[in-house]
Design a protein around this ligand. Sequence first.
Ligand SMILES: *Cc1c(COP(=O)(O)O)cnc(C)c1O
Length: 220
Amino acid sequence: MTLPDNLASVRAAIGQAEAEAGRPAGSARLIAVSKTFDADAIRPAIAAGQRHFGENRVQESLEKWPSLKAEHPDVVLHLIGPLQTNKVNQAVGLFDVFHTVDREKLARALARAFTARQVNPACYIQVNIGEEPQKAGVAPSETDALAALCRDELNLNLVGLMCIPPAEEPPAPYFALLAKIAARNNLPRLSMGMSGDYETAVRMGATDIRVGSAIFGARR
Ligand SMILES: *Cc1c(COP(=O)(O)O)cnc(C)c1O
């Protein structure tokens, strides 16, 4: 399978899951996760019409995305990996959407950097939905307080929640929990679902699914 074939079959599966769930076509946005792949591997995806891309490392992204974005100004770049506060300024200069706001210190650093650049990009709070010690994200029980801080005090453009469910368990109950926490905070967007579980995520209301290996193949 070539990359355009992979992309077409992921898009078809998303469309089918949307239809099965009674959701409008296109209501789940596909973010192609291009981490570990270089610019030459990414260009065919852009040529096939893909516009939303996700990366998990600031440094790696700085090596390939400035030139790709110059070539294709309508590309939207999503940060989906952990962000250290000392990388915030670089990240804010490159990324258009932030999925991994997971602590007060980071929220404050982002708010300062956004103000300095006069931007207000869409942000998501990452929730450690399975309360796994090795995983990033705010605890489910602390999400409401972080959301209130981001919105009311820092005036971030907080649009939703993001999660990565535990690897060895069925994801649906975790997706449902994320949707419940988002609903009680009036947050419309849900960033959830990866190559192995994106169809389930779409059925559970995902608005942003982050698919890497099903599009680009196994990571190098
Ligand atoms: C790598 C990554 C993905 C994509 O994973 P695949 O299983 O390759 O689709 C999605 N979300 C995050 C946060 C990632 O780091």
